[in-house]
Design a protein around this ligand. Structure first.
Ligand SMILES: NC(=O)c1ccc[n+]([C@@H]2O[C@H](COP(=O)([O-])OP(=O)(O)OC[C@H]3O[C@@H](n4cnc5c(N)ncnc54)[C@H](OP(=O)(O)O)[C@@H]3O)[C@@H](O)[C@H]2O)c1
Length: 290
């Protein structure tokens, strides 16, 4: 009998499934792509059953799920729902990857960029605007790798809440929240930091050049905002390990190449077995092998 084709089932929480994710799915090795838009938790059971009840055990690894969409929390709810309807006790499950808004693959690429320059267990990070989907995942991964992490937000309770959630997820995490309401708060937030990952909303400058220039402990600056004004003044959007003043800089497009490579590799990985859940930590582990 002919070899079964690799089918990726795209569950997108937006009405129109992401073309970006569709292209990467094909480039990552899917032979067929079934795309569903506007997916809600109540739709998931039938979709999962369609995936797990159609092929024999040995071919289930040739079917996989990808959860995307612009609303990261909605994507996380879909992942929970997907897992509820798999039947692992009798081997009826398929692998699934979560990457709404590219949050996982972007955070992994940013943290991998920093890892090229710093031993995390001896490093102190500041994650600017670390309360968004990407920033939270950056915080999670850094804490998991042993870095000491400060999560910044314009609102202290938001930063402290994220820090608390991440401490709950990473045993022994050294992570705290800090308020940064404007440039005047930055010198204290930067004090003793070796690197900054700016994960702020598009088009918002979070770290002016004249502020970070005066922080001698800084070694690496990574900005994920590709829309001018950029998140870190003095780091260009295409920087990829570029020397800037006394630091090494990465811009959003500089990180983007690695993000694409990781995204494609994660899609390919889905088809290796039928029992994987690729969320931040698993995608980070994969990126370490690339
Ligand atoms: N390069 C890539 O491949 C790629 C892929 C995905 C995303 N991205 C980029 O990564 C960045 C983070 O994405 P995200 O989805 O996590 O971002 P987001 O949710 O839009 O924003 C992140 C945080 O920015 C802060 N913020 C929002 N508006 C602000 C303002 N006017 N002034 C100052 N701070 C503000 C908020 O934190 P507080 O309210 O707590 O201060 C918010 O939680 C974005 O720039 C996005 O475009 C890049």
């Amino acid at each position: 009998m002919a070899e079964k084709r690799k089918i990726l089932i795209q569950l997108d929480t937006d009405p129109q499934p992401s073309v970006f994710d569709r292209v990467v799915a094909i480039d990552g090795g899917a032979d067929e792509l079934f795309s569903y838009g506007g997916v809600k938790p109540e739709n998931v059971r039938e979709l999962v059953h369609g995936a797990i009840f159609t092929r024999g055990h040995k071919d289930l690894k040739k079917t996989a799920l990808f959860i995307g969409g612009s609303d990261v929390s909605a994507g996380e709810r879909l992942l929970e729902e997907v897992q509820k309807h798999m039947l692992p006790k009798i081997g009826l499950r398929v692998s699934v990857m979560l990457d709404p808004s590219g949050a996982n693959t972007t955070a992994v690429a940013a943290v991998r960029a920093a890892a090229q320059h710093l031993p995390f267990t001896a490093s102190k990070a500041l994650v600017l605007a670390g309360t968004g989907p990407v920033g939270q995942r950056v915080g999670l991964l850094l804490a998991g790798q042993g870095a000491e992490v400060r999560i910044a937000s314009r609102q202290l309770p938001r930063a402290e809440h994220v820090a608390e959630v991440l401490r709950g997820r990473v045993p022994g995490a050294r992570i705290s929240g800090i308020a940064v309401t404007g440039p005047a708060d930055l010198p204290a937030a930067l004090e003793g930091r070796n690197f900054v990952i700016a994960a702020g909303a598009a088009g918002v400058c979070l770290l002016p050049l004249d502020v970070w220039k005066k922080c001698p402990t800084l070694q690496v600056l990574i900005d994920l905002n590709a829309v001018a004004p950029l998140g870190i003044e003095g780091v260009d959007v295409i920087d990829a390990g570029t020397a800037r003043e006394h630091v090494v800089g990465y811009g959003a497009l500089g990180v983007g190449g690695t993000k694409m490579k990781i995204h494609r590799a994660a899609i390919a990985k889905l088809f290796e077995s039928n029992d994987q859940v690729l969320d931040s930590e698993q995608i980070y582990a994969l990126a370490q092998t690339l």
